[in-house]
Design a protein around this ligand. Structure first.
Ligand SMILES: [Zn+2]
Length: 70
């Protein structure tokens, strides 16, 4: 096991506020996929969130998080 394997993936770290509980939290983003749209539960309040993001040249170009349901 080589720890650098993980570091070399060069994940983008992005902080956002959960629109349900307003907790600031860290999201790891894979920069190899330019357009991403996925649903994940908030790690703090477990409410579903829809993430939409765009990556350009390994940079986070657009980040949006929308609360789903309640
Ligand atoms: Zn939350």
């Amino acid at each position: 096991m080589n720890l650098y394997n993980f570091v070399c993936l060069n994940m983008i770290e992005h902080y956002f506020d959960c629109p349900h509980c307003w907790e600031n939290q860290l999201k790891m983003i894979d920069p190899s996929i330019e357009e991403q749209n996925f649903i994940e539960d908030c790690e703090v309040c477990c409410n579903p969130l829809e993430f939409e993001l765009n990556i350009t040249n390994n940079h986070l170009d657009f980040f949006s998080v929308i609360p789903i349901g309640q």
